[in-house]
Design a protein around this ligand. Structure first.
Ligand SMILES: NC(=O)c1ccc[n+]([C@@H]2O[C@H](COP(=O)([O-])OP(=O)(O)OC[C@H]3O[C@@H](n4cnc5c(N)ncnc54)[C@H](O)[C@@H]3O)[C@@H](O)[C@H]2O)c1
Length: 340
């Protein structure tokens, strides 16, 4: 039996990854280590094979907690745990630095101490900054670091620590840098689930600035399959950009969602732009494609599946909206996480 130590596995992408590996491999067990912040949701883990899935509530900033939970010789540590919302990092960068930077170093130290075979760090295209609109520029693995938000800066710092752990200590590290994910179970503070869930209730859909910012969108399951491919096949020390060659302007994304839901475009409300808002991301996925990975979900299909999931899972949304999903903190741990 192989053991994967997954952090942040109660969040949007981490949970999708945990579902994927337990479904695809009968010889894998997962230790899912997550602090259950407002973004962690145990509802995301329902339906998993409980014999091969162990959930541990723990904080990656806590070296003792990590050390106690990470067994010797795990096959892979996969680090999804992070503060992930740019707007929140603009309000306060504190948790972004402690979790994304310090927490990553704590995990690297633990992985060395327990002789983990591989350490895969989930990063973001945002570490490479912003590309000019209308240009042919793309992000490659060699693009310089130019993070523009506190979130992106914290993710860039974490990448440097991962790189250093490989170079200095020979840890078998891997880094993946993905574009914007969409799919089921994404917390409705991010653009696509916010637009879907607001439109479903005939609420206004806020769009930053002129709405013409470009993001390179990928269906979450395709991202997770790419991470798995990197863990299985990539040489130590390598970095891979992951994208589905799918650039869309924010306003186009929102218009597509409203069209699919048969809602009027009058629901769109342009709001004051985010400070320092990156204009355009575009990923060259040539390197990961050479590893034998290709995305499976086309944009229309992926968006349709995503919309369908939110329509068919009103309880998930209701529990998030009311904060009921946080009740387990009180029941299990005698404290309540805050959504704010
Ligand atoms: N969402 C995207 O579009 C996107 C794109 C590229 C890269 N990423 C990266 O992928 C990873 C996962 O993103 P996501 O969208 O699923 O994020 P998310 O915010 O939905 O989930 C983050 C998870 O990490 C947990 N967590 C936070 N702080 C923790 C701590 N100190 N200790 C342990 N667990 C903690 C949370 O409880 C939550 O379950 C992040 O590293 C993010 O930077 C995300």
């Amino acid at each position: 039996m192989r053991t994967f130590f997954v952090t942040g596995g109660a969040g949007f992408i981490g949970a999708a990854f945990v579902h994927l590996i337990l479904r695809e491999f009968s010889d894998v067990r997962v230790i899912n280590f997550d602090a259950l912040t407002y973004a962690g949701n145990l509802d995301n883990l329902s339906g998993l094979d409980s014999d091969r899935h162990t959930f541990v509530r723990g904080d990656i900033r806590d070296p003792m907690a990590v050390k106690e939970s990470m067994p010797m010789d795990v096959d892979a540590v996969v680090n999804f745990a992070a503060e992930s919302h740019v707007d929140r990092s603009i309000e306060s960068a504190h948790d972004f630095v402690t979790t994304n930077v310090v927490g990553t170093q704590v995990l690297l130290d633990a992985a060395r101490g327990t002789r983990a075979r591989k350490f895969c760090h989930i990063s973001t295209d945002e570490v490479m900054g912003s590309l000019s609109d209308g240009s042919e520029e793309v992000f490659t693995e060699d693009s310089p670091f130019a993070p523009n938000s506190p979130y992106a800066a914290s993710k860039a710092a974490a990448e440097h620590l991962v790189r250093a752990a490989h170079h200095t200590f020979g840890l078998h590290t891997l880094i993946t840098r993905c574009g914007n994910n969409y799919g089921p179970r994404q917390f409705p503070e991010k653009l696509i689930p916010l637009a879907i869930t607001n439109a479903l209730q005939d609420r206004e859909v806020p769009v930053y600035g002129d709405g013409r910012n470009v993001r390179d969108w990928i269906y979450v399951h395709d991202h997770c399959r790419a991470v798995l491919q990197v863990i299985e096949r990539a040489p130590a020390g390598e970095t891979y950009n992951i994208g589905a060659r799918n650039e869309q302007r924010n306003i186009e994304v929102v218009e597509s969602i409203l069209k699919a839901l048969n809602k009027p475009s009058s629901l769109i409300k342009f709001v004051t732009d985010r400070p320092g808002h990156d204009r355009r991301y575009s990923i060259d996925p040539g390197k990961i494609e050479k590893l034998g990975w290709l995305p499976r979900a086309g944009w229309s299909e992926g968006l349709e599946k995503t919309i369908d999931w939110y329509i068919k899972n009103p309880q998930w949304l209701a529990r998030v909206r009311t904060g009921e999903y946080l009740d387990y903190y009180e029941r299990q741990y005698g404290e309540r996480a805050s959504q704010k």
